[in-house]
Design a protein around this ligand. Structure first.
Ligand code: ZN
Length: 559
């Protein structure tokens, strides 16, 4: 079904909630595992309808945040989503207490039950806090979506500023940077206030639910069954030790290459004196070439991408009123993934069509799962699909970049390496925030600046507002999905492994990758890694092994 034909109807909450009541009763009085399984399928149907409706609203609203109809529907889900979630806990309790649990675990896998076990941390008490949280996140997204920057007599959205921030003319780039910073500075207090309210709301919610802190609560909500915050802290140390020195060295080389002695933050986006590699065409060109690329990559990816194109399951280009960023979601009732992005003429456009398409491909491959919560795995595992796809499509990058292909590969790989210390920064900051919930906005920012200088000792913003430690105001995840950021760094190390594999044997690497995608969310992160034949970044020394090889590859690219 085409995206525009997917009909949205506001769910009737009374009907949805009472049907869960009936399912729960059914499970309590079930006389066999088969009977429980039947009720599990019924619950799955209710959840699928509700989530598909919610996702249709969230996609249509993010495409146009000025649409009043979908704005109202978005508010409906902000308010009623938490009620649905709280009600689902009764279902979780019933299946977890079922005398047939062991038999069911054998049939549908233990992971399904482990995930519901995590959700038990929630109950009705969480609802008002979650509603408040949703409202605040919406406020943050809206503020950014409607952000307008005046530059050279024209008005730009924040996303549209991106090409100017990488302009090869240093003076113009600096002015664009300053114009963008001025907008963020104007709203600095507002960002701080929204975040402060979020931190307080989340901390109160954790207390109401009997958790020691929001860290404990959110780790459960992220269904992190394999590791805790101490393991994450140890992993960040590995990044600091092994990657920070490499990132600093790569930027030193960059400064030398582009001939800038006083290398500033706004110089970072420019890797080459004659400018960055931009794709040689716009949306139509990129989609047409992506179609060719995916049809040659594998039979499965070809089928997938044609499906996306034929059903209009992508909204790619930046426009006013559109929410910032890129994401992939799905309408599981229609077995359809969806890709949202803000094309703006930079190499990021191609990175989106590979990154988000990696997510969408995995979703497409996993649509045959018996239960919807086995389709997507947890976030760190999801990001393996996307970030690895960025590398597995390298052999086709000439379609988009032509004579600039090597420049693209260099900038892409370098960007992926230097990203890691930044990812660790965002993660460490959030642990500080929720472990010290009474810190003031000024204390938070000071701490952020201290942490970022640890991971990026060569950082030079040349800007007062950013030196106060306000960069993270731009990082949506900090507001919308706490602790979802270290996931990118974990997945990046997995994706590097696929890059190395593919340089040895592309077909084998693609085959292993597709096998991982087909496994969907049937296992936890640690248990998915062997399925995809990759080593665990947290528990093995793969990071130490991979890092020098990445440098070799970078140095071998002729630019
Ligand atoms: Zn992603």
């Amino acid at each position: 079904m085409k995206f525009e034909d997917m009909k949205y109807e506001r769910p009737n909450m009374d009907v949805a909630l009472s049907s869960i009541d009936r399912i729960v009763e059914g499970i309590k009085f079930a006389g066999s595992a088969d009977e429980v399984l039947h009720h599990m399928h019924q619950f799955d149907d209710v959840a699928k309808d509700f989530e598909t409706a919610a996702n249709l609203v969230s996609v249509r609203y993010s495409i146009d945040t000025t649409d009043e109809f979908y704005e109202a529907e978005d508010a409906f889900f902000n308010e009623n989503g938490p009620k649905f979630e709280a009600k689902s806990i009764e279902f979780a309790k019933a299946i977890l207490a079922s005398p047939f649990r062991l038999e069911l675990e054998e049939r549908v896998g233990k992971h399904y039950f482990d995930m519901f076990e995590c959700s038990l941390v929630l109950n009705d008490k969480a609802v008002p806090f979650m509603v408040k949280e949703n409202e605040l996140v919406t406020k943050y997204n809206k503020l950014k979506a409607n952000g307008k920057v005046e530059f050279e007599g024209k008005t730009y959205t924040l996303t549209q500023m991106s090409p100017l921030l990488q302009d090869s003319d240093r003076d113009r780039r600096r002015r664009a940077y300053e114009a963008q910073n001025a907008w963020y500075e104007e709203y600095e207090d507002e960002f701080d206030t929204i975040y402060d309210e979020l931190v307080k709301t989340r901390t109160e919610m954790a207390q109401a639910l009997g958790c020691s802190s929001y860290v404990e609560l959110q780790y459960k909500l992220l269904q992190r069954t394999d590791y805790d915050h101490k393991d994450v802290a140890a992993y960040r140390e590995k990044l600091l030790k092994n990657i920070t020195p490499i990132a600093v060295e790569l930027r030193r080389q960059q400064a030398e290459r582009v001939g800038i002695k006083d290398f500033k933050f706004y110089d970072r986006p420019v890797d080459f004196t004659d400018g960055n590699p931009d794709p040689k065409g716009g949306e139509e060109f990129i989609v047409k070439n992506a179609q060719k690329m995916y049809s040659e990559l594998s039979e499965e990816t070809g089928r997938f991408f044609n499906f996306m194109v034929e059903n209009n399951l992508m909204d790619l280009v930046a426009k006013p009123g559109k929410q910032a960023g890129g994401y992939c979601t799905s309408f599981d009732k229609y077995k359809s993934p969806f890709i949202f992005s803000n094309f703006n003429g930079t190499r990021g456009d191609v990175e989106v069509i590979t990154h988000e398409a990696g997510h969408a491909f995995q979703n497409f491959m996993s649509q045959g799962m018996e239960f919807i919560n086995l389709i997507w795995p947890t976030y760190e595992a999801c990001e393996i699909h996307s970030m690895s796809m960025e590398f597995l499509t390298w052999p086709w990058m000439n379609l988009f970049f032509e004579e600039d292909t090597n420049k693209f590969k260099y900038a892409h790989l370098k960007g992926s390496i230097v990203f890691l210390p930044y990812g660790a920064t965002i993660d460490e900051f959030q642990h500080f925030v929720y472990e010290n919930p009474t810190a003031t906005p000024a204390e938070r920012k000071a701490k952020y600046h201290e942490i970022e200088l640890k991971y990026q000792p060569d950082l030079n913003y040349d800007n007062e507002c950013l030196n106060r430690g306000s960069w993270w105001h731009r990082q949506g995840h900090v507001f919308s999905t706490p602790f979802y950021y270290i996931d990118y760094t974990l997945a990046q190390v997995c994706a590097f492994q696929y890059l190395l594999k593919s340089l040895d044997d592309q077909d084998k690497a693609v085959h292993e990758y597709i096998t991982l995608c087909k496994e969907g969310g049937q296992r936890s992160f640690f248990n998915l890694l062997p399925v995809g034949k990759i080593e665990n970044p947290m528990t093995t020394d793969v990071l130490e092994k991979v890092a020098p090889r990445l440098l070799e590859i970078l140095n071998s690219i002729e630019i």
